[in-house]
Design a protein around this ligand. Structure first.
Ligand code: PGA
Length: 232
């Protein structure tokens, strides 16, 4: 793992966009994409950049169960709003949150992923150390699956909804093994709320109780953060 610390978020997101652009220049064609507040400034920078994804494909990490792609809080909607409207891909895949059988949908999505190995994966991190919607306790061997969201995750995401009752209780997410298959991973951790989880990752404190700690075993992870080392 390589970590780069920034004193300003603007500098961090300039660097993050440069890393994405460089990955594409070096031949990445399949991109794993993430959502959440963390990714918004990155996508804003990418939208302004001279980069063309029209020959690339994308896979999103996760999607809520029960929200249509037209729902403003669905991740399909988020991706269109923040990236795809300006930078369309040849094909963009997200799990279908309205699939009649979510387990079957998870298997379908995993099979697609296995046909198209991800070259470059973007990742945020949850306060509880989740990656995608892989909550604490998820097996490091997991592939795409249906999850029940933790109360803390629903609480953290409630800011995007009118009330917490509207936050879906389930989601479909790439598994930890699915994420770890990416050739290169860029993890972005911004804000004090992420400090504890990030420190556990950096300590390579390998435990399924903090899913992101698995990243210490990946050969090619870059971490960008605005958090300075304690006491510095
Ligand atoms: P956030 O979410 O970017 O909205 O903080 C990140 C995550 O939960 O993975």
């Amino acid at each position: 793992m390589r970590i780069e610390r920034f004193s300003s978020q603007a500098a961090l997101y300039t660097r993050a966009a440069a890393i994405v652009i460089e990955a594409k220049q070096h031949g990445a064609t399949t991109f794993g994409l993430a959502t959440g507040g963390t990714m918004e400034p990155l996508y804003a920078n990418i939208c302004k950049a001279a980069i063309d994804f029209s020959q690339c494909i994308s896979f999103n990490l996760d999607e809520y169960v029960g929200l249509a792609a037209t729902h403003q809080q669905s991740y399909a909607y988020y991706m269109h709003k923040h990236l795809f409207h300006a930078k369309p891909f040849q094909a963009s895949y997200l799990p279908n949150g309205l699939a009649a059988d979510p387990q079957e949908e998870a298997a379908r999505y995993e099979a697609l992923l296995q046909q198209h190995p991800v070259d470059f994966q973007l990742l945020g991190i949850g306060q509880n150390g989740h990656i995608g919607f892989n909550e604490p306790g998820t097996s490091f061997d997991s592939v795409t699956h249906l999850v029940t969201l933790e109360a803390s995750t629903r609480q953290a995401n409630a800011r995007f909804f009118q009330s917490i009752d509207e936050v879906p209780t389930q989601a479909l997410t790439m598994g930890i093994q699915s994420i770890m298959r990416a050739k290169c991973i860029l993890l972005i951790a911004v804000g004090e709320a992420k400090r504890e989880a990030l420190e556990r990752v950096l300590a390579a404190d390998y435990t399924e109780e903090i899913p992101a700690t698995v990243l210490a075993k990946h050969p090619n992870v870059i971490i960008l953060t605005d958090l300075q080392e304690r006491g510095v």
